[in-house]
Design a protein around this ligand. Structure first.
Ligand code: NAD
Length: 504
């Protein structure tokens, strides 16, 4: 496939600049000619966007034509880097629609905040671009479905940023698991034990003067324009208008692996979460202090798939694994953060302990096998763009939709029961009504102990017990609570409505 016909005059000029750069930087001569490259725009060039940029710079089949960011300083810094590497300065724009209007752009990759992911992807595919979209692919369930439909309707390559799907360690381990490496497996536990400090007091803070806050807000409500958190970038993860907490941030990596291992190509049918945003009020000894985040920093979500089950645990406070003997052994660590998945089989355990390592154990917890090695998720996307074979993608739109939806469904259960404060005994009684394959009582006990160890007084700041929700995996609607269905989408701002159904 060649992209030569798409080169317009602007890119011809850029290519000429590149030729002069090769004279001073011979490394650039190794690149293929612009004719054989696809033209990419990276949208959102903050923390993760930097990784996207490096992924495309490394690949001789791509050249970065645009950087899109509503923060011009962040974009300029990244553009300097791109120029130094590819010899051609990408054009910087703040409104992604400029890129969609440019016929010479073949693909976009996006690492904006979560509330922008789906709209960016749908707009891009409507404009005929292929799309690499960060996890979670969506901010709500309806958006994920919209992306699945857009990829199909416009015949576009759509990859999701759950890069574990391309890692050799994971591919080998999942194959071994499917071949019966640890016997019959019906249960997986995902963990995000990752210390997250408070994002500061809820307040009224100025938006940095040089960013476009209207575009940043996009599909989400436009707040005055003031911020209720101190830090503009990154901390949006913990405000539900924009982010999805750690269940929807780190979670989609692990729930995706859990689904993969258990062979679950469908949504769960019953969901229950409990948790809270706990422990931050005590970080400053000021009773008036309230954290600006409104997503849970402690959350246990149970997903019942009928014959199989996933439990996901989020812990944002300090973790001491000595209280969690089993996990301590499986992760070979007694302290500090732990992010991964454990599969519980009839003959042993398999633990995903980081992005490139999985360890298998027998029933006595003796290590029996190790899987290692990575690979390049961006290359998988780029190769599929050239071959036009979406079945070669490691994680397509449907894969991203199912894995992001797990987070959304868990959060909906939590949000709907947020004011339903409960004692551990009351939570335990409620857990009896969900046929989980986990030892729920033990998980609850460990969670409570973890909070107590972190100085949380559950009488002062109790846990919340989410609603037990029943979900129709085919129709993607809740069947036992009509109000819950409102959470499957959001109120969009005019001009930034994510199309769904026939409107995709
Ligand atoms: N796959 C992974 O391992 C991985 C790792 C980290 C983050 N992520 C994902 O990447 C995304 C970004 O996370 P981050 O930590 O880099 O956040 P960040 O806040 O550091 O960066 C987001 C960037 O997007 C820009 N932006 C916001 N709205 C925009 C718009 N409308 N158009 C263009 N640019 C816009 C911001 O100015 C900022 O530069 C998140 O969705 C996160 O889940 C994935």
């Amino acid at each position: 496939m060649t992209y030569a016909s798409k080169l317009n005059r602007r890119h011809f000029l850029m290519a000429s600049t590149a030729a002069s750069a090769i004279a001073v930087n011979p490394r650039l001569a190794l690149s293929q000619s612009a004719n054989e490259q696809m033209s990419v725009a990276v949208i959102g060039v903050g923390g993760r966007g930097g990784d996207h940029i490096n992924g495309f710079l490394k690949n001789s089949k791509t050249r970065i034509a645009y950087l899109v960011d509503i923060d011009p300083a962040a974009a300029a810094k990244r553009a300097d880097h791109v120029e130094s590497q590819q010899g051609m300065r990408p054009e910087i724009v703040s409104d992604m629609r400029r890129v969609f209007d440019d016929k010479s752009v073949d693909a976009i990759s996006t690492a904006t905040p979560n509330h922008w992911h789906a709209l960016t992807g749908v707009w891009a595919m409507q404009a005929g671009k292929d799309a690499y979209i960060e996890k979670p692919i969506s901010h709500n369930v309806a958006e994920g479905r919209a992306l699945v439909e857009a990829a199909k309707k416009y015949n576009r390559i759509c990859q999701v940023g759950t890069q574990c799907r391309s890692q050799k360690a994971l591919i080998d381990a999942m194959q071994w698991l499917h071949e019966g490496g640890i016997g019959e497996v019906n249960f997986a536990r995902g963990l995000c034990y990752k210390r997250r400090k408070s994002i500061g007091a809820l307040g009224d803070y100025p938006v940095p003067s040089d960013v476009d806050f209207d575009l940043w807000s996009g599909p989400a409500k436009f707040t005055t324009p003031r911020l209720t958190r101190q830090r503009f970038h990154y901390d949006w993860h913990w405000q539900r208008l924009y982010g999805n907490g750690d269940l929807g941030n780190q979670g989609p990596h692990q729930t995706d692996i859990a689904r993969w291992g258990l062979g679950l190509e469908r949504h769960p049918q019953r969901i229950l979460s409990y948790g809270g945003r706990l422990g931050y009020q005590t970080e400053r000894k000021d009773p008036r202090y309230v954290d600006a985040g409104d997503t849970a920093n402690t959350e246990v979500s149970i997903y019942d798939y009928g014959d199989k089950c996933i439990v996901f645990e989020t812990r944002g406070l300090d973790v001491d694994h000595s209280a969690d003997k089993e996990l301590h052994t499986l992760f070979k660590s007694d302290r500090g953060g732990k992010v991964g998945v454990v599969f519980y089989g009839s003959d042993g355990y398999l633990a995903q302990v980081n992005y490139t390592t999985c360890i298998a154990y027998d029933k006595q917890m003796n290590e029996i096998k190790r899987f290692g090695g990575g690979a390049d998720h961006y290359s998988n996307f780029i190769d599929a763009c050239f071959s036009r074979n979406s079945s070669s993608l490691s994680s397509d739109a449907m894969c991203g939709h199912l894995s992001a939806a797990i987070s959304h469904l868990g959060n909906i259960s939590y949000y709907m029961g947020e004011n339903n404060h409960a004692t551990p005994e009351e939570i335990q009684a409620a857990l009896a009504s969900i046929p989980s394959l986990d030892d729920d009582a033990a998980t609850l006990k460990r969670t409570v102990q973890h909070l107590v160890d972190n100085g949380v007084d559950l009488k002062q700041t109790p846990l919340s017990l989410g609603l037990l929700l029943e979900f129709d995996p085919e129709r993607e609607v809740f069947t036992n609570n009509e109000a819950a269905n409102a959470w499957l989408t959001r109120e969009y701002r005019a001009g930034f409505v994510c199309p769904t159904g026939d409107k995709v």
